[in-house]
Design a protein around this ligand. Structure first.
Ligand code: GLN
Length: 381
């Protein structure tokens, strides 16, 4: 049996969703919205199914979608990508990340990861023979610092895996932090694999800045995106990888044997969706910010200290001032069972020295869902 995978727990998102199903609980754990998603995009998918987009598309993705991705990033970030040599469609963000990691990391390479760390990164790095170097980010700001990067980077550093906006901490990193990281990547000749699946989910007028647009990073960044997050259609599993041709070429060699291709009908619908007006994206942000505010206010009324979300579908609460005498994981197991509300313990995003007092709630839900969850939690602490 393969040592990397044999003893891995089932991913926390699936564990908590299963507990939510078993307990008939409201699922504020795994990040997915409870509305049906944009009707015109779903219709575009249905039309594509009926109009014959049902056989293997080209391995790199339909040209229509690759062009739409390039046009979208040109419009939003003034990023010039050649759709044919610098854009690849994958079956979801997780596949995009796996293709990116396996295309860069070789045995003995060090890969810098920041804790809290998304749970798919480390097993894939290890399977490639890489050695994760973990840097611990600290609540409540979770910012990067020169000292932490100086300690982590070395001549053995092959890559850095950076998630921005950061799940579960809901931070949108400012330019200053990105420039700092970019400086280290260049000094140590490292590739940046940038998980930017939450790029459109940013609030209060904040701007998402792709690391690939920071000077010096264009040819050393592999940018990962996800239509599931952009359009709140998480089950579609359409991701993308954007990178300079020499990086993308190798990621494509991995992709061809992970999934090879991705449902062409859904690709057509995403191509249509990426061309929607700025208002669509800004309204989506405003709507999600409203849900964030609703859940934040409700939790605060119940006495939970909320760390306010700058982006993503998530907010976090800090249990430490509450004197509960239980870890985040115990708290999550208790509330799903006793109060029928599922959440995610943030300690699941750590391999060592875990923060064990922070819990993540997904607010991408209808008002009624959030209100019922709040009612149920009213005497949980
Ligand atoms: N990204 C989602 C989350 O953080 C989970 C995705 C998954 O379960 N693969 O909730």
């Amino acid at each position: 049996q393969n040592k990397v995978f044999a003893d891995l727990p089932v991913t926390i998102f699936e564990q908590m969703s299963q507990l939510a199903r078993d307990n008939n609980a409201i699922n504020l754990g795994q990040g997915f919205p409870d509305d049906p998603g944009p009707e015109d995009i779903r219709r575009a998918a249905a039309d594509a199914v009926l109009n014959g987009y049902n056989q293997y598309p080209s391995m790199m993705g339909l040209p229509e979608l690759r062009q739409a991705i390039a046009a979208h990033y040109k419009h939003w970030h003034k990023l010039d990508l050649d759709p044919m040599s610098e854009v690849m469609v994958t079956s979801g963000g997780t596949e995009a990340l796996t293709s990116a990691i396996l295309s860069v990391v070789e045995p003995g390479d060090e890969v810098i990861c920041f804790q809290p760390v998304y749970d798919s990164y480390l097993p894939i790095i290890r399977q490639a023979g890489g050695i994760p170097r973990l840097v611990r980010l600290e609540p409540p700001h979770w910012r990067l610092s020169e000292e932490m990067l100086r300690q982590a980077f070395s001549p053995k550093t092959k890559a850095v895996l950076f998630n921005n906006p950061l799940n579960p901490a809901a931070v949108v990193y400012p330019r200053e932090d990105l420039e700092l990281l970019a400086r280290f990547c260049q000094e140590f000749d490292a590739v940046a694999i940038c998980d930017e699946v939450w790029e459109h989910v940013v609030f209060d007028g904040r701007e998402h800045i792709p690391l690939i647009t920071i000077p010096g990073m264009r040819d050393r960044t592999i940018k990962v995106g996800s239509a599931g997050k952009i359009f709140s259609l998480t089950g579609w599993k359409i991701g993308f990888v954007c990178a300079a041709p020499q990086l993308l070429r190798v990621a494509a060699k991995v992709h061809q044997f992970l999934t090879f291709t991705t449902a062409p009908n859904l690709q057509m619908a995403v191509a249509y969706g990426l061309g929607k007006s700025d208002d669509y994206f800004l309204d989506m942000r405003a709507e999600l910010a409203r849900s964030r505010d609703r859940l934040t206010a409700g939790l605060e009324r119940l006495g939970f200290p909320v760390l306010k979300a700058q982006g993503t579908y998530f907010l976090t609460v800090d249990l430490s001032p509450l004197g509960l005498n239980e870890t985040d994981e115990q708290f999550c197991r208790r509330i799903v069972h006793d109060y029928k509300v599922a959440a995610i313990p943030v300690s699941a995003f750590y391999e060592k020295d875990a923060v064990t007092s922070v819990v993540r709630f997904c607010f991408a839900k209808k008002d009624a869902t959030l209100d019922t969850a709040l009612e149920r939690l009213s005497d949980a602490i």
